[in-house]
Design a protein around this ligand. Structure first.
Ligand code: OGA
Ligand code: NI
Length: 370
């Protein structure tokens, strides 16, 4: 069937007719900088078929437990051993928790959120300067969906990724409209990640984080600015499909517009993460699951989209340095007498593997399992 619609492209002066069945949605969203935001701005009545997820990938197929929530931990006394215990328990049992009363100054969070809106509201021809083909640096790139080159169904989100190398590199190449806000945001994220990882390591008998441990735990720093625009048929697609993160630890400030769901470990059910003003969502990623020999668990999560609101998020990911060899720590194996459950892998190999397949729950970690 032909859907011949009259659409107003956001920056076009005149209405343009687009046949959505034959139109190259990937070229429009990715190469031409429109993104899914561009599609959303066209006020489509139906979801373009490229974004229709198979039923098993849609969130509507999951069992949702309404009465449960992930732990919310007040970490204002972060160097109190009792607080560290609660954090480590949450990382073991849930892999996901929210923290309040310490973290990132509200103004910094607000300005990175504002900068996210500003970037995605730029005209497509400005945004396309940062897609993989055009970006002035390999450390900043704009994408739509996760790996659109290989996915059979695309995810309903646009994403601007920043790999932090140095302030100088950022000043030279990052988009001026959000550069300083992202840089200001990275600094407190780094400190918070360091404190949390310090607590988590102590329970694994690692009392001192020397240079080599630090490069294994947080030798790489990445920020994604995610944009999930309003969607005409949200129940047919997904914002981000079920996945675990690649990181050691992820820090995720929540927009007031909810949409994040976390898989509960014990049974096959899902829990909604309520946005709490001033809280940060923290989760364990695959790299820390491997390093801790499975003591801390990276948990599946996904993001739904909605019909009436644009949603944004700005996760910070600490991860191993690409050249680090990661595997279960000697300290953990010695103190517990456990056998390693994971192989030693070069982190850049693991990361490369992570991006060779569409999101599919925790399937990527198989790469490192013995
Ligand atoms: C991610 C992610 C959640 C969100 O970017 O890996 O899980 O709320 N984001 O945007
Ligand atoms: Ni994630």
């Amino acid at each position: 069937m032909l859907h011949l619609l009259v659409l107003k492209l956001p920056m076009a002066q005149t209405a343009t007719a687009i046949d959505l069945d034959s139109f190259d949605v990937k070229a429009l969203t990715i190469d031409e900088g429109y993104g899914v935001k561009g599609l959303s701005d066209m006020n489509l009545k139906t979801l373009p078929k490229q974004f229709i997820q198979p039923p098993e990938e849609r969130f509507t197929e999951h069992t949702l437990i309404l009465e449960e929530s992930i732990p919310v931990i007040d970490i204002s006394n972060w160097n109190d051993p009792k607080v560290a215990d609660i954090v480590c328990d949450a990382a073991e049992k849930w892999g996901f928790f929210q923290i309040i009363n310490l973290g990132i100054p509200a103004e910094i969070l607000q300005s990175v959120m504002d900068a996210t809106h500003r970037f995605f509201e730029l005209p497509p021809k400005e945004k396309m300067k940062y897609n993989k083909k055009n970006s002035p640096t390999t450390n900043v790139f704009l994408r739509t969906s996760f790996v659109p080159e290989i996915e059979t169904a695309m995810e309903w989100h646009d994403k601007l990724t920043f790999l932090y190398v140095s302030d100088e590199e950022a000043q030279s190449f990052w988009p001026p409209i959000c550069r300083n806000q992202v840089l200001d945001y990275i600094k407190p994220c780094e400190l918070l990640a360091k404190r949390l990882l310090g607590m988590l390591m102590k329970r694994l008998n690692v009392t001192e984080i020397d240079k080599s441990k630090e490069s294994m735990l947080m030798g790489s720093k990445k920020v994604n600015l995610n944009y999930y625009p309003k969607c005409p048929e949200p129940e047919l697609t997904i914002g981000i499909g079920c996945h675990s993160d690649l990181s050691t630890i992820s820090i995720l400030p929540q927009d007031v517009i909810g949409g994040l769901y976390v898989r509960k470990l014990e049974n096959d059910s899902w829990i909604y993460v309520s946005p709490i003003d001033g809280a940060l969502v923290i989760n364990i990623g695959d790299a820390l699951e491997i390093i801790s020999n499975g003591r801390y668990r990276s948990i599946e999560h996904c993001v739904t989209v909605n019909k009436h609101h644009n949603r944004i998020s700005a996760p910070f990911f600490a991860g191993p340095e690409p050249s680090a060899i990661i595997g279960p720590l000697e300290e953990v194996l010695e103190s517990s007498g456990e056998k390693p459950l994971y192989k030693k892998v070069l982190y850049s190999d693991y990361a490369a593997h992570f991006f060779t397949k569409a999101h599919g729950g925790k399937d990527k970690i198989q790469f490192a399992i013995i």
